[in-house]
Design a protein around this ligand. Structure first.
Ligand code: FES
Ligand code: FES
Length: 193
């Protein structure tokens, strides 16, 4: 099959390559360029595991042909971390326990950052709507919502957001209400002994 020369800029790095016209962007990112954080699940736009940013918007890379992305600026989950520092959404998923198996996580993070770039202070309903095209089999979604709220608060510099209040008050550990409750219980047990 005839191949086409394309240029993709991924996380700021330009790549020149040749692809067959039928090649999906998800496969080019993973198999040709090694950005394996772009997961592939359904290959039919249902699960969102393959979500990346294309020219600033979240797209599902399993339903974009690589030739359609010629000349585009792409961001994958690998591009969220800057200079060794987690992006607030990565920090939020870590602190709010927003993942279990992690398969949906890259796509969730990119769907969430797309939302936060358009709406710095989304409410819970807006967050749930923004991630409705991303399926998670493990978490039940609430901790993912909490993680997005955490990231929004951090990006706004709002110390009163979920998780950030306790982090600011105690120097960073513990960071979630769940951990605070567990530590309070442990302290009470020590006093009882
Ligand atoms: S693999 Fe792309 S939406 Fe499921
Ligand atoms: S953490 Fe397992 S699918 Fe979401």
């Amino acid at each position: 099959m005839t191949e086409h020369d394309i240029t993709l800029t991924v996380n700021g790095t330009e790549h020149d390559l040749s692809v067959e016209p039928r090649t999906l962007l998800a496969h080019t990112l993973r198999d040709e360029l090694g950005y394996t954080g772009t997961n592939v699940g359904c290959e039919s736009t249902l699960c969102g595991a393959c979500t990346v940013h294309m020219d600033g918007d979240a797209v599902k890379a399993c339903t974009v042909l690589s030739v359609q992305a010629d000349g585009a600026e792409l961001q994958t989950v690998e591009g969220l971390r800057e200079s060794g520092t987690f992006h607030p959404i990565q920090e939020g998923f870590q602190k709010e326990h927003g993942l279990q198996c992690g398969y949906c996580t890259p796509g969730m993070m990119l769907a969430a950052t797309d939302l936060l770039e358009e709406n710095a202070d989304p409410n819970e309903a807006e967050i749930r709507e923004a991630i409705e095209g991303n399926l998670c089999r493990c978490t039940g979604y609430q901790n993912i919502v909490n993680a997005v709220e955490y990231a929004g608060a951090k990006m706004r510099g709002d110390d009163s957001g979920p998780g950030t209040e306790t982090a600011a008050a105690d120097g960073g550990v513990p960071t979630t209400d769940y951990e605070v409750v567990k530590i309070d219980e442990a302290a009470k047990m020590e006093n009882d002994i």
